[in-house]
Design a protein around this ligand. Structure first.
Ligand code: HEC
Length: 187
């Protein structure tokens, strides 16, 4: 990653970050649950941990919501690279050259053609690992703890989930997590 580039953007990132806190977009029209009227989603919260997350979270929401990127756009590395390069060339995205491959690799790794589509709510007891890692405040080890715990016994509620990963870790996701089993199992 380009130190110069991201340092330049840091100040912008702070103000953009506070803007996005109050401008959460609604559930996707097709994929949303029959949720209460006030359900709002910050899609950057579903970027899995890892190298490149910082750049995606800093650059991509500057011009548009990243709902599509996170929820259903899936591509391989050359496809993602082409998209990012197109953002720079056609849309003048202010992305440093050094950051383009970092972003391409990150997106190809976490949003590859084999990554399931993200539908909310996230079903803690049945969601595949690729979906659980989209609880972006968790580390890989914490996701593994959930997988291990649910293999033994259904995680029954939010309190039980916090007992597994640590309290406070998932508070911002509480409204988009479900503990149902078979009946609401994602396809
Ligand atoms: C400078 C503004 C800007 C930035 C920053 C930006 N985009 Fe875009 N993006 C656009 C505009 C404008 C469109 C709609 C027109 C188009 O498709 O080019 C778009 C459309 C898209 C689309 C839908 C069209 C397609 O090609 O599938 C995707 C996916 C996308 N952007 C991904 C990204 C990603 C990933 C990033 C971060 C690396 C990013 N964008 C950053 C301006 C931007």
């Amino acid at each position: 990653m380009s130190k110069v580039g991201m340092t330049g953007w840091f100040g912008v990132g702070i103000s953009v970050g506070s803007f996005f806190l109050i401008s959460w977009t609604g559930f996707s029209q097709q994929g949303g649950p029959p949720a209460g009227p006030a359900q709002k989603v910050d899609w950057t919260a579903f970027l899995p941990a890892g190298e490149g997350k910082f750049q995606v979270a800093a650059y991509c929401p500057l011009c548009h919501t990243i709902q599509t990127i996170v929820s259903d756009r899936r591509d391989d590395e050359s496809g993602w690279m082409a998209t990012v390069e197109r953002m720079v060339e056609d849309n003048h995205a202010p992305i440093q050259d050094d950051d383009i491959p970092v972003i391409g690799k990150y997106l190809a790794h976490h949003f590859s053609r084999s990554t399931p589509i993200l539908e909310l709510p996230i079903h803690i007891n049945t969601a595949p690992k690729e979906i659980l890692v989209m609880l972006g405040s968790l580390s890989g080890a914490e996701v593994q703890k959930i997988l291990d715990a649910r293999a033994k016994e259904k995680v029954k509620d939010f309190k039980a989930l916090e007992a597994i990963v640590g309290s406070g870790k998932l508070s911002k996701y509480e409204s988009v997590i479900s503990f149902g089993d078979g009946s609401d199992k994602p396809k």
